[in-house]
Design a binder for this molecule. Structure first.
Ligand SMILES: C[S@@+](CC[C@H](N)C(=O)[O-])C[C@H]1O[C@@H](n2cnc3c(N)ncnc32)[C@H](O)[C@@H]1O
Length: 274
């Protein structure tokens, strides 16, 4: 097992993280080092991002790249990295090796090769907004860019039904199906590319994607937009651009949540689109 470490200037860190998560959707370890930040990725030789791809994505920001063999404590480190998330005393999202939570909703997520243990700020912001919508939970919901399926599975546990989960990555489709089964919920999991494929029509959508993808999707929304959308994965400086893209599609920002450099918004149909 190898550990690939990429050290970047702190000023560039948030943009680098966004790019790295595109290359390594299962997540990266973050270590603060004074005025720089180190992002580390673990994997077998051949599984890690290649240097040319890294340089193409974040080359200008790189201070140092290093690789080293990981000793036998690799499994323990991975477990340290994936900690349970407990939200508002209502929801626990935990990896399979952690004991069950004491909250009314206890969801087990095995991330496998897919993004999404619940712990990432962008996922957490979605979960917080989903909890705020709980009184409405009953209708159909689309988890767009489902990764490990964490958002769709929590939504199903909150009462949304039917829940459709979409991702273009076969590993995510596989992980979502397996995680839904492990949690005893039914999800329709579809392998679709939101940039080109027709998407299921649902009144409520939760989409934890990066801003460029959110904007692409917004530009594809038809004449009847979803009733409401939770959109996350937005860097603070990009909230206005994302808001403008959805406004054109007939959806207005009605709530915003922030965690560190990340924001998530709740969008609702603008009066003219209702
Ligand atoms: C930031 S992850 C979010 C995963 C999960 N929903 C969560 O909150 O933890 C974004 C997901 O979008 C998926 N994705 C990226 N581009 C996509 C596309 N063009 N079509 C469909 N899914 C896409 C990725 O494979 C990834 O699983």
């Amino acid at each position: 097992m190898l550990r690939l470490a990429i050290r970047v200037r702190r000023a560039d860190a948030e943009l680098v993280l966004a790019e790295l998560l595109e290359l390594v959707p299962s997540g990266v370890e973050e270590v603060a080092l004074g005025d720089s930040v180190e992002y580390a990725v673990y994997g077998a030789p051949g599984e890690l991002p290649a240097l040319p791809a890294l340089r193409a994505a974040v080359g200008a920001a790189i201070v140092e790249v290093s690789t080293r063999e990981i000793p036998d404590d690799w499994a323990e480190r991975w477990r340290e990295f994936h900690r349970p998330l407990v939200l508002d005393g209502a929801i626990t999202v935990r990896p399979p090796w952690e004991p069950p939570g004491t909250t009314p909703i206890d969801v087990v997520i095995d991330p496998g090769q897919a993004f999404g243990t619940g712990a990432h700020a962008t996922t957490r912001l979605c979960l917080e907004l989903l909890l705020e919508l709980e009184p409405l939970a009953a209708g159909p919901l689309l988890d767009l860019g489902c990764g490990s399926g964490v958002l769709g599975i929590v939504a199903a546990r909150l009462g949304w039904t039917p829940v459709v989960a979409v991702d273009y990555d076969p590993a995510s489709v596989q992980a979502t199906g397996a995680n839904a089964e492990a949690n005893g919920v039914r999800l329709d999991v579809l392998q679709l590319d939101l940039r080109i494929d027709p998407l299921p029509d649902t009144p409520t959508v939760v989409a934890n994607l990066l801003s460029p993808l959110l904007i692409t999707w917004a530009s594809r929304i038809g004449p009847v937009p979803p009733r409401r959308v939770i959109a996350s994965g937005i860097l603070l400086g990009e909230v206005d651009a994302v808001g403008r893209a959805f406004a054109i599609a007939g959806l207005d920002v009605v709530a915003r949540r922030v965690r560190g450099e990340w924001a998530a918004v709740l969008l609702d149909q603008a009066p003219r689109a209702r």
